[in-house]
Design a protein around this ligand. Structure first.
Ligand SMILES: *Cc1c(COP(=O)(O)O)cnc(C)c1O
Length: 412
């Protein structure tokens, strides 16, 4: 876990770049010299003697003790992700939502106030707005793109600003640098959910974000195998505030899942590039289809924050796009929903699943899946309509994806 300064690091030359860190950063090899990182599938670690065990349990000496809070495979994943995000430390969690839960538990107490974008992941809205409200933490939900609204929402009790960029499913982009300024003027921290871009395309610390949240389930694993999460940030903050909560509350990433995600990081950069290229091609094509009313994709010049996205995201739009099918009777939400369902159900290549970040292209209807638990009012506030279809582009051939969508679009 984050603390282990005295546990040796892998030795790499000073200043090696992201792609090298992605395949090499971690712990030194064990005495067996394995080239691929070992999977330490063990719940506890044997101590040399009782006195050493006592010192280690008292945090006087750093060592692996028990896999609820320390495991070498998990540490390898944490070190590698921290290196890629450009943060000092990282703490892995059992899921992306557990990463947000851990962040809230670590930083907030009754009476504290949070400002959060209205457009973040549906479960994040529920976790902060409903679950944490039960413990006396109040959250103001504000516009993803209107920085003044964030500034006006600041109170003396504001501790945390929470943003996500680009968002699901509308791919709205926030100005991370501007939000970091609002947070720091208010003596609060800015947490950015970097799920959609991953460090391969966007490193929010470079724009002043304090904490980076990850759902490792998405692009970090990248092949739809495991659920995982992580929080990256400054070492002292992680050690003082996050590690003790993890130790008591145990939203731990299993070593097996950590190993899968660790190996996923090795191909993250080439997958993000390839999937983003395909997404841009598909979005450009969709925008030309007469049955499509609108396409949301940061790589298109029609996207309202196109320039900001290109500057913040290494010139890349990412791999998620959303489009609205043209309704035969405008304003009829039920008809729009049926039309979207028809397009989804006509596909034979795409996987119908709300997950994203897989090499297999996925297709979903946000209003009834990822955002189905929101009230109609919350959905409208987030701009999610019944005619929307979200595609998370994988590594399928883009011509096959076009044909797959045309099946439904041509038979509306
Ligand atoms: C999926 C997702 C999460 C939650 O991650 P899980 O691993 O499913 O718990 C959080 N934020 C965003 C943006 C996501 O897409």
């Amino acid at each position: 876990m984050a603390a282990k300064k005295t546990i040796p690091r892998v030795t790499l030359p000073e200043g090696v770049r992201l792609d090298t860190l992605a395949v090499r950063e971690g712990l030194p090899r064990s005495q067996w010299g394995e080239n691929s990182e070992a999977l330490f599938l063990t719940s506890s670690f044997v101590q040399p003697d009782a006195a050493t065990a006592a010192a280690r349990f008292a945090n006087e000496e750093e060592a692996f003790i028990y896999s609820r809070f320390t495991n070498p495979t998990v540490t390898m994943f944490e070190r590698r992700l921290a290196a890629m995000e450009g943060t000092e430390a990282c703490i892995a969690t059992s899921s992306g939502m557990a990463a947000i839960l851990l962040t809230a538990m670590a930083l907030l107490k009754a009476g504290d106030h949070v400002i959060c974008s209205r457009s973040v992941f549906g479960s994040t809205i529920t976790l902060l707005g409903r679950e944490f409200a039960k413990f006396g933490v109040e959250t103001s939900f504000v516009s993803q793109t209107d920085v003044d609204e964030w500034r006006r929402a600041v109170r003396p009790t504001t501790r945390l600003l929470f943003a996500e960029s680009p968002t699901n499913p509308l791919t709205e982009v926030c100005d991370i640098r501007a939000l970091a300024e609002v947070a720091h003027e208010a003596n609060a921290l800015l947490a950015v959910d970097n799920c959609f871009c991953s460090p391969a395309l966007q490193r929010p610390v470079e724009y002043g974000a304090d904490l980076i949240i990850h759902s490792g389930t998405k692009y970090l694993d990248g092949q739809g195998r495991v659920v995982a999460g992580a929080v990256c940030g400054p070492e002292q903050l992680i050690n003082d505030k996050f590690v003790p909560v993890m130790r008591s509350a145990g939203m731990t990433l299993s070593s097996f899942n950590a190993w899968v995600v660790l190996k996923g990081l090795e191909t993250l950069s080439i997958r993000m590039q390839a999937q983003s290229e395909r997404a841009l091609k598909l979005a450009t094509w969709l925008e030309q289809q007469p049955q499509v009313e609108r396409v949301f994709y940061p790589g298109l010049t029609s996207h309202p924050q196109h320039e900001l996205a290109m500057a913040q995201q290494s010139g890349c739009g990412g791999a998620v796009l959303t489009f609205v099918v043209k309704a035969r009777t405008p304003g009829d939400a039920a008809a729009a929903r049926l039309t979207a369902f028809h397009v989804i159900d006509s596909t034979q290549v795409c996987s119908i699943t709300a997950n994203l970040g897989d090499t297999k292209t996925t297709i979903t209807h946000p209003a009834s899946t990822s955002h189905g638990r929101l009230t109609e009012e919350q959905r409208q506030a987030a701009g999610i309509t019944q005619g929307m279809v979200r595609i998370a582009v994988g590594l399928d051939d883009v011509e096959d994806l076009k044909a797959d969508l045309l099946r439904g679009l041509n038979s509306l």
